[in-house]
Design a binder for this molecule. Structure first.
Ligand code: FAD
Length: 404
């Protein structure tokens, strides 16, 4: 006998685990399948290289599903200010300007994932199948059968792809994507600094690409250095002391005194967007649906909004006696999220293109733009609220409203 679920979520990363939590306590039977459990956290571990700037909207979603406590009890670094500048233009965003305590929180991805996976235990209607890898997917509208690596078969009326940018589920069910490479890589460098961190993140634009600094707890920080793939490969091959030397020469003085480079990793920059988020019996969420330039740190934030939006639509449908996997129901989710994500991706692209342009009139315009941003407070505050997940067509959980 095959075990059957109303919803099977493939991928228990930050977004897939969030889908499970958002559906926790509902009358839907849910399985979350994850390849491997992240390493348990201990406070004496060094910070992970993969960190994300979680927005205030993301915090609200995590609070509403009872997972924020698991993040806060482990490790996070709140920030209240963000400075953006290039040669002449300069602007600073401050949480005080919009009556918020924080602009966001730098959190290691593993910590967010651990807090969400741990929270799944509290829900009787959600099974976490981990470690488990999906093999063959026999897609059928209304009854998709999945074979796991141990030979076990499970079936569902709704398959949710939360298996990342290279989503096997998305490819198996034939949902296409539009994508392009930015021809830039991001070098992430974990550093120890002479002094403890302040409550500020910064981003500077130079002709070779942006340079960003994210504070971590204690005397630690994370540098993101965007450059051509060749240059990033060269930098990655340097010894840590040689890399530190280059950073000291190239980075602005506000980086402060860096004691040592601890570790590095690099990521290619890619934009990818699924042409459709849904088809009968299937829905895409998170990076399986979209990959966005990490410049503005929005990838997981919009992924968590997908998770909250999908759960809201499914729970409302269930209450009305509608089939969760039916295309009429799933289209409501697509309508709620696809355009919003496209808007955010386009905004980040415009920002990226304008700031990586060396043509004089464009340079002039962006300097004027930064100057204006510094002066036109209502417009600046609106942008800030949008990036913080406080404005836009938000799912209920992001507004602190329950969905059960
Ligand atoms: C350099 C860089 C910096 C970034 N900074 C930020 C930031 O500051 N803020 C932000 O919001 N975003 C940021 N992002 C983006 C963010 O990391 C991603 O958007 C986010 O990780 C996507 O989460 P996800 O759960 O959708 O996918 P993933 O994190 O890719 O998770 C997919 C999960 O599915 C599992 N899986 C895959 N295939 C299978 C299978 N066949 N069977 C079982 N399980 C499977 C995997 O093990 C994994 O756990 C950044 C990205 C980069 C590259």
């Amino acid at each position: 006998m095959k075990e059957s679920y109303d919803v099977i979520v493939v991928g228990g990363g930050m977004v897939g685990a969030a889908v499970g939590c958002c559906l926790g306590g509902s009358s839907l039977r849910v399985a979350v399948i994850e390849k491997s459990m992240p390493e348990p956290f201990s406070a004496d571990q060094p910070h992970d290289l993969r960190v994300s700037a979680l927005s205030v909207g993301s915090r609200r979603i995590l609070e509403m599903v009872g997972a924020w406590g698991g993040v806060a009890a482990r490790r996070l670094c709140p920030y209240r200010r963000m400075r953006v500048w290039e040669t002449q233009g300069d602007t600073e965003f401050n949480s005080n300007d919009i009556q918020q305590d924080e602009l966001g929180y730098i959190v290691e991805n593993r910590i967010t994932q651990l807090a969400l996976l741990e929270r799944l235990d509290a829900f009787d209607n959600v099974d976490l199948l981990c470690p488990a890898v999906i093999g063959e997917i026999n897609y059928a509208n209304g009854n998709t059968v999945i074979e796991l690596n141990d030979g076990k078969k499970i079936s569902t009326g709704l398959l949710v792809a939360a298996d990342g940018g290279h989503s096997k589920v998305r490819q198996s069910v034939g949902l296409g994507v539009t994508s392009w490479d930015y021809r830039q890589n991001a070098l992430v460098v974990y550093i120890e600094t002479e002094y403890g961190q302040q409550d500020i993140t910064w981003q500077r634009f130079v002709p070779s690409g942006p340079q960003a600094f994210l504070p971590l707890t204690g005397n630690f920080g994370s540098i993101v250095w965007y450059n051509s793939p060749d240059e990033v490969n060269r930098l990655k091959k340097l010894s840590h002391s040689a890399l530190l030397n280059e950073m000291t020469q190239v980075f602005p003085d506000c980086l402060g005194s860096v004691k040592r480079v601890i570790s590095t990793a690099s990521f290619p920059l890619k934009r990818q967007h699924a042409q459709n988020y849904v088809k009968p019996g299937v829905a895409l969420v998170g990076d399986a649906a979209h990959m966005i330039n990490p410049l503005a740190g929005q990838g997981v934030n919009i992924g968590l909004l997908d998770a909250a939006g999908l759960a809201q639509v499914l729970i409302e449908a269930e209450k009305k006696g509608q089939t969760p996997g039916s295309i009429e129901v799933l289209k409501r989710y697509e309508k709620m999220r696809r355009n919003e994500n496209l808007k955010m991706m386009t905004l980040m692209d415009i920002f990226y293109r304008v700031f990586s342009n060396r043509i004089f009139p464009v340079k002039l315009l962006r300097n004027i733009g930064l100057g204006l941003a510094e002066r036109v407070t209502p417009a600046k505050n609106k942008v800030m609220r949008y990036a913080m997940g406080l404005e836009g067509n938000l799912p209920k959980l992001a507004k602190g409203e329950p969905i059960l």
